[in-house]
Ligand binder design. Structure first.
Ligand code: SDX
Length: 371
């Protein structure tokens, strides 16, 4: 605490929202009143509809929503060319930010801030994010661009566009669940950033781009890439003890652990751990799962048992293990997180626009007074 101000706005209730509920003590997470664990077996389209519209769709509504999303999956040759210009040693996240910005220039509804136009733009972003990330990744590997397959689900189609072959049923289900588990998380830094931008009545593309920029940081969504790199660096379960103890003795943060709100196991991490186990078994290679489980065991002993600190795996820990089994390169990890999170950002922007008041807090001035 600084004076009576909690640093980093910890525990400050900044606004009312009907989108996501978190109980950080009990480890409960609900989207629009539905427990995230039960939602993880739905389709991403259903959950995306739920976040944006406030309730799950009936069959007719879902068919029509999915059809719109599928029709919007394609990106133009100009966007493909823009993504080719991004061909440096950058993260897919940086390319995605550029591509979304370019996409906004081409949208005739860019500056139409009506609810209807904002939903249309939201659907376009949700639909095109996977294509943009896959196109970037393939061009940077010198491979041909693969057009979306409209017969596949959101998750399966992304894997198909990325790899050029149809994923297994388990791979499709795992990525679909990943998008759902990543879809929203109350007033996390990227949602707050997106809402702050929306509160100025700037357009929804600018707001979502702000969300992308915030998600990239290693204290937020960037931790997923860092966990993938950590698992590679550790290399075998036997090396985990030394790695974690080095972090602990040097007072460095262990990536994929700890949370501002959860003082217990992150409920998403539980689901991800199960998905990681399933996909590891299917692959016949338990190595990455075993390394992760060993890290978790040592971290529990050090943080929870020895120090009494509630530092448990967060959403980014076992999701990183899942990405390794899906053969998603680390530099794509944050952008893949963003594909899932797009629905949450759009839901937050729509809620902000629907009952807007400019977000403009104060700072306590502590610098010199020279005149
Ligand atoms: C996400 O908010 C959201 O909803 C975000 C998210 C979402 O869905 O949008 O859930 C996604 O961003 C997950 C978090 C990903 N980041 C990481 O995994 C990076 C590693 N974790 C941390 O740096 C940290 O736990 C944060 C940033 C997530 C939360 O940090 P806080 O609330 O600011 O806590 P803090 O850094 O002030 O730490 C409090 C104490 C400190 O010890 P003391 O100085 O009090 O003795 O806990 C310790 C910290 O040193 N601590 C850790 C730790 N996390 C906290 N120590 C070692 N490793 C860690 N990971």
């Amino acid at each position: 605490m600084e004076g009576n101000m909690p640093r980093g706005l910890e525990n400050i209730i900044a606004l009312e929202s009907e989108i996501t509920f978190i109980d950080g003590e009990q480890g409960i997470l609900k989207y629009r009143g539905h427990d995230v664990q039960s939602l993880s077996s739905h389709s991403y389209d259903e959950v995306s509809y739920l976040l944006i519209n406030g309730r799950l769709p009936d069959k007719f509504e879902l068919d029509s929503y999915s059809k719109k999303l599928k029709q919007e999956r394609v990106i133009g040759d100009d966007a493909i060319a823009i993504l080719k210009f991004c061909n440096f040693n950058i993260e897919a996240m940086d390319a995605l930010r550029t591509a979304v910005s370019y996409m906004s220039h081409c949208d005739p509804e860019l500056n139409d801030n009506s609810a209807e136009a904002n939903v249309n733009k939201g659907i376009r972003m949700i639909a095109k994010f996977p294509t943009m990330v896959a196109v970037f990744s393939r061009q940077r590997r010198g491979l041909d661009v693969i057009q979306p397959d409209l017969s596949l689900s959101h998750g399966a189609n992304f894997l198909y566009m990325l790899k050029g072959s149809k994923p297994t049923d388990l791979e499709s289900r795992v990525l679909e669940s990943d998008f759902i588990l990543s879809a929203d998380h109350e007033l996390n830094p990227s949602a707050f950033t997106a809402r702050t931008i929306a509160s100025t009545l700037s357009d929804i593309y600018s707001s979502v781009i702000g969300g992308l920029c915030a998600l990239k940081g290693p204290l937020h969504g960037g931790a997923r890439m860092a966990v993938m790199e950590m698992i590679d660096e550790i290399g075998s379960p036997e090396n985990a003890e030394r790695y974690v103890m080095d972090k602990v003795s040097n007072k460095q943060k262990l990536m994929g652990f700890g949370h501002r709100v959860y003082k217990t196991y992150d409920p998403r991490a539980r689901v991800y751990k199960q998905l990681a186990r399933e996909i590891a078994i299917e692959s016949g290679n338990m190595l990455w799962f075993d390394i992760a489980e060993k890290i978790e065991e040592i971290a529990y002993r050090e943080f929870v048992e020895n120090k009494g600190k509630p530092i448990y795996p967060n959403v980014d820990f076992y999701s990183a293990v899942v990405y390794k089994y899906l053969d998603i390169p680390p530099k794509l990890a944050t952008a893949v997180f963003a594909i899932g999170r797009s629905s949450g950002w759009i839901a937050h922007c729509l809620e902000q626009y629907s009952d807007n008041r400019l977000i403009r807090p104060r700072a306590k001035y502590v610098g010199p007074d020279l005149d």
